[in-house]
Ligand binder design. Structure first.
Ligand code: MN
Length: 347
């Protein structure tokens, strides 16, 4: 299982860890389960190895991850700017996990970029930028957390990995694969899962805490959006859902409350792609998901200058919600050639 990693790189990473005393782990803005799971998991291991390890993130992680061991020890740049600056500048080694471009860190990018110590990237997104001294980039991997686990095992640290570290890493894999429903074709991932469960990880609890729990206002907002605001274009096999600022306010919207909403229409047979447009303070946030390789990333790129993965993409549109919706609806017919030959009927 560990053979796909280049052993020279693994040895180098291990040596750099051994030579370092202060190690900072960092991730992308609006950190998700994978970003937090991979960094916090590695932090636990490094602390067990006697290192002064800390996690510094660009902004507030979601509350759904607060069950993770040592979640409270995470340093949030937007809240503790000076302390973040000190940790970053005093670090002997910085591990950048789950992102491939400094710009994905917003304001924190300045500190990561300015740090003169060694930097290592552990990531699974396409086309990494060259800002690290050592780059582990595996786009076929389910998650940065799975990659982190494989690197840890290849470095010979499996024994030192405790239940807390394993819980964090397992959470990253579970959130990025939506509990092993996407990005999990490679049979090796189940071997990784086995070895994490052997550490005493409570998978049922992770699934409930990180994937299923939601606030009452979030449930009500999503239910409203699906029943009142989801437009189904049967002949196009498409769903478009919009929420304006008055609606968000009415339901007491907080960041994260519409998480997963864009996926819901795809559970209807015959719907191949779904767009969700939300009026935020300074832009319209576009999220798109699809099945069977329908290229929503291309639509996001062509229409709004966004991008992402072929079946999971997004963009920011500067204009009104209605303009954003109109542009999309006018353009959809020219992309229908990417649907399967005989798409299933919407029913
Ligand atoms: Mn990820």
């Amino acid at each position: 299982m560990e053979k796909l990693l280049n052993s020279g790189m693994v040895d180098k990473f291990r040596n750099w860890i051994e030579e370092s005393d202060r190690i900072v782990l960092t991730c992308h803005v609006r950190p998700d389960g994978d970003a937090i799971g991979s960094t916090l998991g590695m932090m636990h291991l490094l602390q067990a190895l006697g290192k002064r390890a800390s996690v510094v993130v660009p902004d507030m992680p979601p509350r759904s991850l607060s069950f993770l061991p040592a979640f409270k020890e995470i340093t949030i740049y937007t809240r503790h700017e000076e302390y973040s600056r000190r940790l970053m500048s005093e670090a002997d080694l910085i591990i950048c996990s789950d992102f491939n471009k400094l710009s994905r860190q917003d304001a924190l990018a300045e500190l990561t970029g300015a740090a003169t110590c060694r930097k290592v990237m552990v990531d699974h997104h396409q086309d990494p930028d060259d800002f690290c001294d050592l780059t582990f980039s595996y786009p076929d991997m389910s998650s940065a957390s799975e990659l982190m686990f494989r690197i840890i095992a290849a470095m010979g640290y499996y024994t030192q990995l405790d239940r807390q570290a394993a819980t964090c890493i397992c959470t990253g894999i579970i959130t990025d694969t939506r509990n092993f429903s996407v990005n999990c074709k490679n049979p090796d991932i189940y071997e990784v899962l086995t070895r994490l469960l052997e550490k005493g990880v409570d998978k049922t609890r992770i699934v409930r805490e990180a994937l299923m729990m939601q606030s009452l206002s979030s449930l009500r907002l999503k239910t409203y959006a699906l029943s009142e605001k989801m437009e189904i274009f049967e002949r196009w096999h498409a769903a478009v859902t919009t929420l304006d600022s008055a609606e968000l306010e009415r339901f007491g919207y907080e960041r994260g409350d519409t998480e997963g909403l864009v996926n819901e229409p795809l559970n209807v047979r015959g719907i191949y792609f779904s767009f969700f447009l939300r009026q935020d303070e300074d832009c319209v946030k576009v999220s798109a998901r699809s099945i069977e390789d329908f290229p929503v990333s291309k639509i996001c790129e062509d229409l709004y200058g966004g991008g992402g993965h072929i079946m999971a993409a997004g963009a920011e549109f500067h204009g009104t919600l209605e303009e954003c919706r109109r542009i999309l609806i006018d353009a959809i017919p020219s992309y229908l050639k990417y649907l399967p030959q005989r798409p299933q009927k919407v029913e």
